[in-house]
Unconditional design. Structure first.
Length: 490
């Protein structure tokens, strides 16, 4: 019992460390869109999308490999040392080559060289803390891990607020004063990346003692095993990056160069409204995966998985409906500038797509339980192919711009969900209540789309509110027994 409590406590702490940074970055959307035009916000989005791929490449599966061999090998110090040396020298190599060719990179990406320089250093500092953070988790020090993770994002958030909102006012109030010497006009993009750099540097400095320990050793045979174990993780990470972030890059490349960055800026800002579903999905994944594995040995495990998935779909369907109905209210708090609202049409699609990804996460338990995680990499790769092909067809051939990217995202995640379900039926049968699940899913999506895309209904909110009430009653009527049990327990 004590070990289960410790697992639950650690899962909760790690969950906070994962969700809190997302919430903090969520709060920055309003600040950025208030103070930056679409073009500037689009440029930030494009560079951040590229950075996601470099993050995956610079870790090359070593983080996951570290956990695997840390628990497998008797000489744990050797695992720590080998992984640290590997990441250190690969990062130094990347830093040297990237700085040498930063002008070429800036030209290829069509992004200012100074911003590319910031990105290179941010990527390097972030890579160098991968193993120190992993070591904290391996040594079961969740509080220190969480404090450092949250501190990193808090510094980034506070610096954004100061540099973008406070510093210009201080400089304007006293043009010859102290603060005016630090202020650069029309430098919002630079301030965002400078904030990121300072946060990453702060975290690296705290971990510097990790790199100054004597007697570092490098076990070549162990390193080869770790690389062999990690390459599918790298492959899956790149595939996930394509599904999650490549659309912003493709839009910047395939749209008219004059309007591309502005379109990406509007798309990215409205995309953030869909993050309500991302937060729900993330919190669910963090809490449920350890539970799934803890139940694997029970005879009724498949039934347990089926029940949990059903209630995930029920709650997710209600969240989907509520957020879509009140999307036009949310935008006044999150994306306040009307120039960004041109991309509001993608909001329901992005929320539905992320819901499909959440269902896929729940369905994917089967290949994890039978130790066939490579199947997850293959499914992600199929999703990546769909993402690429659908974006090309819908953006280039049908000229649908960011609406095409949103549709492509639904197609990719929906396909991954269906593939996992049908493969799982054969490999690890789970008695899902498919009739109920599909009914909840279909009803929620249909009501949400009607309330949003029928202009007359969207303007009054009457249909949307009635839809929420009706759908909630339908849930209560069908799940009354379980809901009453939960209420009684409270």
């Amino acid at each position: 019992m004590s070990s289960n409590r410790r697992l639950l406590k650690q899962t909760l702490i790690y969950g906070i460390a994962t969700v809190m940074p997302r919430i903090m970055s969520f709060l920055l959307v309003g600040l950025h869109t208030d103070l930056m035009p679409k073009v500037a916000y689009g440029e930030i989005t494009i560079l951040l999308a590229y950075m996601i791929f470099f993050n995956v490449i610079l870790s090359y599966g070593m983080e996951t490999a570290f956990f695997r061999f840390y628990h497998k090998e008797e000489n744990k110090k050797e695992v720590i040392s080998t992984a640290t040396v590997s990441i250190f020298w690969s990062t130094i190599l990347f830093l040297s080559v990237a700085l040498l060719f930063q002008k070429t990179l800036a030209g290829l990406l069509n992004i200012d060289k100074e911003y590319v320089n910031y990105a290179i250093w941010i990527l390097a500092f972030d890579a160098l803390v991968i193993i120190p953070f992993s070591k904290l988790r391996a040594e079961q020090r969740p509080i220190r891990y969480s404090v450092l993770k949250i501190s990193n994002v808090l510094i980034y958030l506070l610096l954004n607020v100061f540099l973008l909102a406070i510093l210009p006012k201080l400089a304007q109030a006293n043009p010859q004063g102290f603060w005016s010497s630090f202020y650069v006009e029309d430098y919002q993009i630079g301030y965002v990346f400078l904030s990121n750099l300072m946060a990453s540097l702060f975290t690296f400095v705290l971990f510097m003692p990790h790199y100054f320990k004597p007697n570092w050793v490098f076990n070549n045979e162990l390193w080869k095993k770790m690389l062999h174990y990690g390459w599918p993780i790298l492959f899956a990470g790149l595939a996930f990056g394509i599904n999650e972030h490549l659309d912003k890059i493709l839009l910047s490349e395939w749209l008219d160069p004059i309007t591309a960055k502005a379109a990406v800026g509007a798309y990215s800002a409205c995309y953030k409204i869909g993050l309500f579903m991302v937060l729900f999905r993330t919190a669910y994944s963090l809490g449920i995966e350890p539970f799934f594995f803890s139940q694997a040995g029970n005879d009724n495990a498949p039934q347990t998985y089926a029940t949990i998935t059903k209630y995930f779909v029920i709650l997710g369907s209600l969240i989907l409906l509520v957020v879509v109905v009140f999307a036009d209210v949310v935008k006044f708090f999150l994306v306040r500038q009307p120039e960004y609202w041109e991309a509001m049409s993608i909001v329901p699609l992005i929320i539905i797509a992320n819901f499909f990804l959440g269902i896929y996460t729940s369905l994917s338990v089967w290949y994890k339980l039978i130790d066939k995680t490579i199947i997850g990499a293959y499914i992600s790769a199929i999703g990546a192919i769909i993402t690429l092909s659908m974006n090309y067809i819908l953006i280039v051939k049908f000229n649908l711009s960011y609406l095409g990217s949103a549709i492509a995202t639904i197609c990719a995640y929906g396909s991954m969900m269906l593939i996992s379900y049908y493969l799982g039926k054969e490999k690890y049968p789970i008695p899902f209540e498919m009739k109920k699940i599909l009914t909840y899913l279909f009803a929620s999506i249909t009501l949400a789309c009607i309330s949003f895309y029928v202009k007359e209904l969207r303007e009054t909110f009457v249909f949307g509110i009635l839809a929420i009430i009706g759908f909630s009653y339908y849930i209560y009527k069908n799940e009354k027994e379980v809901i009453l049990k939960i209420i009684k327990r409270k």
